[in-house]
Design a protein around this ligand. Sequence first.
Ligand code: AMP
Ligand code: MG
Length: 408
Amino acid sequence: MLSVKDAETIIFNHVQPLNQEHDLEIVDLLTAFHRILATPVISSLDFPHWDNSAMDGFAVRYEDVQNSNAENPTILEIVEEIPAGYQPQNTIKKGQAARIFTGAIIPKGADTIVMQEKTKLQENQVFIFATPQPQEFIRHQGDFYQAGKELLPAGIPLNAAEIAILAAAQLSTISVFRRPRVAIFSSGDELVTPEQTLKPGQIVDSNQYALAALVKESGAEVLMLGIVKDNPTALTETINYAINNSDIVLSSGGVSVGDYDYIANILAYLGAEIHFRAVQMRPGKPLTFATFPNSLYFGLPGNPVSALVTFWRFVEPTIKKFSGINPGWEAKFLKVKSHSELKSNGKMETYIWGKLNLNDGIYEFQQTSGNLNSGNLINLSQTNALAILPVGKTLISPGEETLVLRIG
Ligand code: AMP
Ligand code: MG
């Protein structure tokens, strides 16, 4: 059976990220949060824009104050006061200083700031009681960034820091990738919506809601196509619509080997290239992956935990890679100590849901309580990690390290 690693390689090799020319959207600063920058940003401004003071104090010529001390202060004449936001009007000459405040422009002639704590002001004179370092407390033009260089690279998510940088560079029309479109439907004769009255044998289609939440969290747009009966005609119609109206299709259910599991046959009938129909993992074994010329198709298993585990392991990084994030779209694993005993049959790569707890600043994995059954959605609540036991590993003892995938 196909290993998780090989399945991942096959999937990611088929993900062609959004295009820098065709898949752009222009957003403003207030709607840019969490969007993905599509083109590199270059500014025509230096940062800082001009030499400015890092302190409240006095702008001086270093050579005037280089022998100052408490017994022998240098006395300078104050020729100007420069608050932040003002253009200095004078050049500082020998024996002169300017009163200056944090962020204000350094006047011509001055090359050093003496912080006000090392001075005494007396009418229009300042006493300098200590010798500063040459250039002290001056933030030079272009120290942080030089105009014309790359300010932000394409492919990064726009978080608070990046949005502040774009604002500071006066860039308020921002080119981002459009959101990927992900179609979701559920298949099964037994499924009903949360609003419908349950008849014997029926269960609520919870996968549609869980997957929609996760897709939105990944930054994509959701196209919810509802519940489709285990009926080849209805399934063919829905899948055909989905592949023509989205970038990625997620179905859940109907991919096992039961008599009513039609999805793989329909994918083949519609001309898909089916890459695999099973992965050596638990939960999640019946995962199906196929590609159409313009869309990727994930047939997720119907069991609620299997659907979500396969989403976290394969679909989330796929959406991120597709969305143009680069680098950083890959699934992220941590090595942590397990507080619980973790067991597997050793035949499948095994995913155990639980919680990362912080103990004295160190994460520890604790398996969820109750039954680890892929149909048991209840104890998935309040989990935030999946511990992973590789094939061949049957036991991880308390205190031993385990690999975990953070979820949610
Ligand atoms: P299947 O993969 O279609 O054989 O479904 C496996 C199990 O998952 C069955 O017990 C289904 O009832 C259940 N199941 C299938 N689809 C969903 C869904 N959308 N929401 C919740 N449970 C589901
Ligand atoms: Mg079914």
